[in-house]
Design a protein around this ligand. Structure first.
Ligand SMILES: Nc1ncnc2c1ncn2[C@@H]1O[C@H](COP(=O)(O)OP(=O)(O)O)[C@@H](O)[C@H]1O
Ligand SMILES: [Mg+2]
Length: 284
């Protein structure tokens, strides 16, 4: 029995069978916690009963590596899926965490934009691949959440993620320039909504690498909350060395050290995400 089984308390899975909720982790800045949040929010959601697929859409493949997927085990990757050469289910591999799977990426993904050129469906490759994921498969892959880990840019890969997603979750690092770039990101979301995906929403903004001993960190939190209001999750992810150590062991922090403050924060974020899901469903 794993630690994840220990904290699993009954089935709280998403109530819409057959259709996963698709959340893209996006921010064109690198190093803000997208991948860390994909891995650990994914693990936390799985720990409380959800069935989660992480789609690694960054050519760097940090989410795949951080979940212990060896490069040799990436025979079929998200590149093959977006290139139209394989169905998404062929790229899916199980992780050591029960109910958490990943579609791994490889460096090939960085050439995709050029390869697809101006094909009419180039922005919808991922949407269409996820659309058929839960169907016509025996046994069914009935995921309740798909989390897409985006690369650090607003390129075709991120646009594919936004066109496929129900909502965007934005990790924002508690640093001086945190808000810089956010308006550009929100503008891109607006463009995607206008042209590709009218129902795209902002799920929320999660403040990452918060350091309570640092006055600047607190000031950034105050500014972001003032600017973005209720869109900011109550949960903040603290700067925590256990979070940064875990990927080198190929483990989510919840498996590496369940009791550390980083694990606690990601579990709290997962409950908040599920709570917000319920609110979104009743208001739409
Ligand atoms: N809460 C945190 N505490 C300490 N280190 C963190 C935390 N979140 C992320 N990191 C580290 O910061 C670096 C960048 O995080 P990452 O999730 O890879 O960002 P992104 O995917 O946005 O580029 C990584 O080395 C990661 O381990
Ligand atoms: Mg990343």
């Amino acid at each position: 029995m794993t630690v994840i089984d220990e904290i699993y308390q009954g089935d709280r899975a998403n109530s819409e069978p057959g259709r996963p909720r698709i959340i893209a982790l996006a921010n064109q800045k690198g190093g803000v916690g997208k991948t860390t949040t994909a891995i650990n929010l994914g693990t936390a959601l799985a720990a409380i009963g959800e069935r989660v697929l992480i789609v690694d859409l960054d050519p760097q493949g940090n989410a795949s590596t951080g979940l212990g997927i060896d490069r040799r085990d990436r025979n079929t990757s998200t590149y093959d899926v977006l290139a139209g050469e394989a169905p998404l289910r062929d790229a899916v591999v199980a992780t050591a965490v029960p109910r958490l799977h990943i579609a791994a990426s490889t460096m090939d993904l960085s050439g995709l934009e050029l390869e697809l050129g101006h094909r009419g469906d180039r922005a919808f490759r991922l949407r269409d691949a996820i659309g058929v994921l839960n169907k016509d498969i025996d046994p069914p892959l009935d995921y309740t959440y798909v989390l897409i880990d985006c690369p650090p840019s607003l390129n075709l890969l991120t646009v594919n993620a936004m066109a496929a997603a129900d909502a965007i979750l934005v990790p924002l690092q508690c640093e001086f320039f945190a808000l810089e770039g956010l308006s550009q990101l929100l503008q891109t979301v607006e463009q995607v909504r206008a042209n590709l995906n009218p129902s795209l929403t902002i799920h929320g903004i999660v403040l990452t690498m918060f350091d309570s001993r640092n006055n600047l960190s607190s000031q950034v939190v105050a500014d972001v909350r003032q600017f973005m209001g209720k869109k900011v999750y109550d949960t903040m992810i603290p700067r925590n060395v256990r979070i940064s150590e875990a990927p080198s062991y190929g483990k989510p922090v919840l498996v590496y050290d369940l009791k550390c403050v980083g694990s606690e924060a990601y579990l709290k974020l997962a409950t908040e995400v599920i709570q917000r899901e319920r609110e979104l469903r009743t208001t739409h």
